[in-house]
Design a binder for this molecule. Structure first.
Ligand SMILES: Cc1cc2nc3c(=O)[nH]c(=O)nc-3n(C[C@H](O)[C@H](O)[C@H](O)COP(=O)(O)OP(=O)(O)OC[C@H]3O[C@@H](n4cnc5c(N)ncnc54)[C@H](O)[C@@H]3O)c2cc1C
Length: 364
């Protein structure tokens, strides 16, 4: 998480800096891409500065395509302590039962209930919000507050370039990891690039991952149990991110095309939210393209990248220790608790925060 976004968190960033470092160390032990990313050579050659290997938490094992880092991994493999995981369990709602929390859940198609003295909601942003909403039904004091939730997502748009292998040989630069250029407090968007190859062509993807500010986009649950509804409204700060992203993407695209010695047409970006220009629409179009060289801009509508957060944020609905409103026994974890998202992928902050709160508060 970037400092400019952490700045608006009520939780002191220094409080969990140590936890960031533990998680970062564990992640780098998992990361198999510490070898120099070959795509970086392309950026060096094209004199495009500021790019680095994208940190990631993925490892391939024999017979498995990929395994992603989870703090549960070290917990489950440790011989100390006990950890019980109830699988195939779907929590329908929570309520207060005397001093305990009552979790109503379905397990193997049977409805069951569990009484617990401490409860941690860590079921993802939308589900965390739905469970808080289910609680609001029986607690009048919070009903109005949790009728409508603020929500935000990362703002993503990019350009896909298909280059036929008959035009150029880029094999030396193809890499299974992307490269990234980190933004700043003015641009608030990180720019990524990846280069993959298929039998006949290379696929160059240049995209921006930017921060949407919590403001006018809302999530609402209907009482009839239908799917939740999101009302999306971008504000002037979000529009600024969109403009900056387009400029940065166009610039990188243009510099790479000059380096490859390809003539180029200006890339015209669609209005964010226009039908027919999503990543999957454009990927399909470009995969079926018959021209030797084609270039298509795209965007990812809010809600499609699973980086949604901010519905039950620290400061507003949560105390510094992650406990919910006036309780000391109901905790909430995950991106739903982020007061601001920043432009970084959320997992590292998410894991760090979970460790910080569980070590300092929940386990006590
Ligand atoms: C395709 C994809 C790509 C992503 N790429 C990246 C990336 O590259 N980098 C990055 O940093 N982040 C990435 N993210 C985002 C990241 O995965 C999320 O921010 C993160 O997983 C959120 O963690 P969480 O623990 O809050 O929720 P989750 O990981 O969603 O975990 C919630 C768990 O709760 C369970 N659950 C939900 N509801 C209930 C219920 N009612 N009862 C019982 N159990 C329930 C779910 O089954 C799930 O196991 C990606 C997400 C997706 C989907």
């Amino acid at each position: 998480m970037e400092n400019y976004a952490l700045h608006q968190w009520p939780v002191e960033s220094s409080l969990f800096r140590d936890n960031y470092q533990v998680v970062y160390k564990e992640l780098t032990n998992w990361d198999e891409s510490t070898l120099k990313n070959k795509l970086l050579n392309l950026f060096d050659n094209a004199k495009l500065t500021g790019f680095q290997n994208t940190p990631r938490a993925k490892q391939s094992f024999e017979g498995l395509s990929g395994l992603v880092y989870s703090p549960l991994y070290s917990l489950l493999s440790s011989t100390e302590g006990e950890c019980h995981i109830l699988t195939n369990c779907n929590v329908k709602g929570i309520s207060k039962d005397g001093k305990n929390w009552k979790l109503e859940y379905i397990n193997n198609r049977e409805s069951k209930a569990l009484l617990v003295s401490k409860c941690v909601l860590a079921s993802g942003t939308i589900e965390n919000s739905r469970l808080v909403r289910s609680l609001a039904r029986t607690r009048k004091s919070i009903r109005n507050k949790f009728n409508k939730f603020k929500i935000y997502d990362h703002i993503i748009q990019g350009v896909l370039v298909r280059i036929n292998k008959s035009l150029i040989n880029l094999d030396d630069f193809v890499s299974d990891n992307s490269v990234v250029k980190i933004g700043n407090q003015i641009v608030r968007s990180n720019t990524f690039c990846s280069l993959k190859k298929s039998q006949n062509y290379y696929l160059l993807d240049i995209w921006g991952l930017g921060e949407q500010l919590p403001d006018q986009t809302h999530l609402q649950f209907k009482s009839n149990g239908t799917l939740p509804y999101v009302e999306v409204k971008l504000n002037a700060f979000d529009d600024f991110v969109l403009i900056q992203q387009v400029e940065e993407i166009k610039n990188i695209h243009s510099e790479l095309m000059i380096y490859f010695n390809f003539s180029q047409k200006e890339v015209i970006f669609p209005k964010f939210g226009t039908a027919g220009f999503t990543y999957s629409d454009v990927l399909k179009k470009i995969e079926n393209s018959e021209s030797k060289m084609s270039c298509e801009p795209y965007y990812c509508p809010l809600g499609t990248v699973d980086h949604e957060g901010g519905t039950i944020p620290f400061g507003d609905s949560l105390n510094y220790d992650g406990s919910f409103l006036d309780t000391e026994s109901l905790y909430i974890l995950g991106p739903s608790t982020f007061p601001r998202m920043g432009a970084a992928n959320p997992s590292l902050t998410n894991i760090t925060l979970s460790r910080f709160i569980s070590e300092n508060y929940i386990s006590k």
